[in-house]
Design a protein around this ligand. Sequence first.
Ligand code: TIU
Length: 230
Amino acid sequence: MLSMRAEPYEFEFDPKKTALLMIDFQRDFVYPGGFGESLGNDTSFLLAALPAAERVLKACRATGMFVIHTREGHRADLSDLPRAKFERGKPSLHIGDEGPMGRLLVRGSYGHDIVEELYPIEGEPVIDKPGKGAFYATDLDTILKMRGIERMIACGVTTEVCVQTTVREANDRGYDVCVLSDAVGSYFPEFQRVALEMIKAQGGIFGWVSDSGAFIEALAASPATTGAPA
Ligand code: TIU
């Protein structure tokens, strides 16, 4: 069992029973011209999360930790898109409309896919989800259970929307989740701060909060990286 500095107290994890969850690092949220900008957001805020997320991803790959990516989006015929989600916010471009990166939040379009530096590799499942939470209408829970995963490290965008919704869903399903504060991003710095406060309040009501440095340092002690017997 490894232990890392975290709030409200140390997060203990066995890398063999822990997954890295990379939530919605899609061009549609991170770059101008996508779904995030269509809602009136300044996408540049999210870029701050990418370097730490990349360091964490590389450290997990080096250790052999299980990595899962998620993408928010819909079928090309929009048959899984609720009317409420389509209409909400009176966006400049709707989900399914053609934008500079292809059809907004539609599976298969350039904008819907994951940014280059965090792109999934062989053996890393990609969960396509229609909602904000990664458990809703997906097989994420099944995949985690088949691998014996009990805990997760969470990175992703946006902190108070898809990351927090997923952490709450994971918590209710019995998983321990630690969110890395410098590897998550929000269009609203204040929401980022408060979302993380909410997760770790009340003795860790939804989970833990730490940062990429603490996680990578803890992971360096794992048998896979030190070469010690498992
Ligand atoms: N709008 C916003 O902050 N986020 C989303 O719509 N989806 C995710 O967070 N992935």
